[in-house]
Design a protein around this ligand. Structure first.
Ligand code: RET
Length: 256
């Protein structure tokens, strides 16, 4: 994204959100590593995958913070672009690694029937297409290439809708097979996925200058993606933990 001058407050809002994201990912990492031991053995791999997701994201947020501070310098009370571009690729590489892992977590904790392997493969392919198609739009110039941003955004939405549809229907089918307590958690997870994943394309749209103007969109995109990532990775991981715990309790596999 092209750089614009930011006020002190705009610069530090993003800086503090990125810092919050680093802290959340690291805290979540510790929680999932320790939490792994208090669920039944069958569900531990799901927790291991959760901890990988937040570890990868914690690293990326750390690098994003570095890139953010390198991209702006304080001059006469304003943050002006230094000429070093802010690197959007960290986010997209992060998604490329973590979205397949998030989908895997879900399949692992659900312990779905045999054909779940091929469903997972299709979901992962669709996720890669979604992210790869969104990237050229994200790095296009939001002023002079607004059309490109829109076109890549629309293309990326096609696999995105496929993913949401498959997850919604699959999870819906599986809910009935679970004990009542687990059913509530699964229903909530279904909404959490819909809400958090649905937030990403909205944030992407805020990145077009037509909506919020230059500095406004730069800030909205960074703050928006950070909130979305903390929710879709850390909070979602806590939901996966809760499902694993409730299922272990129901099938009597909770460790003594
Ligand atoms: C893009 C481009 C615009 C259109 C759409 C997008 C969707 C992105 C999504 C990302 C999800 C990321 C997650 C990360 C957590 O680790 C690429 C912004 C539809 C849904 C869940």
């Amino acid at each position: 994204m092209s750089a614009t001058t930011l006020t002190l407050q705009q610069f530090s809002t993003v800086y503090n959100m990125l810092s919050f994201a680093v802290a959340s990912m690291l805290g979540a990492f510790a929680f999932f590593v320790m939490g792994r031991k208090i669920v039944g053995p069958k569900y531990r791999l799901a927790l291991v995958v959760s901890s990988l997701v937040v570890l990868i994201a914690g690293y990326h947020y750390w690098r994003i913070m570095g890139s953010w501070t390198a991209a702006y310098a304080l001059k006469d009370g304003m943050y002006v672009p230094t000429g070093e571009p802010f690197n959007d690729a960290y986010r997209y590489v992060d998604w490329l690694l973590t979205v397949p892992l998030l989908l895997t977590e879900l399949v692992l904790v659900m312990k779905l029937k045999k054909e779940s392997g091929s469903v997972l493969a299709k979901l992962i392919l669709a996720a890669i297409a979604m992210i790869a198609l969104g990237y050229p739009g994200e790095i296009s110039n939001p002023e002079s290439q607004a059309g490109a941003r829109l076109m890549w955004g629309v293309l990326s939405t096609v696999p995105f809708l496929y993913i949401l549809y498959v997850l919604w229907v699959r999870l819906g089918d599986a809910i009935g097979e679970h004990p009542a307590k687990v059913q509530v958690l699964l229903k909530n997870t279904r909404y959490l996925i819909l809400l958090t994943w649905g937030f990403y394309p909205i944030v992407y749209a805020m990145g077009s200058y037509g909506w919020l103007g230059g500095a406004g969109s730069v800030v909205a995109v960074q703050v928006g993606y950070s909130i979305a990532d903390v929710t879709a990775k850390a909070l979602y991981g806590v939901m996966i933990f809760a499902i694993a715990y409730a299922k272990s309790e129901a099938d009597g596999s909770l460790p003594a």
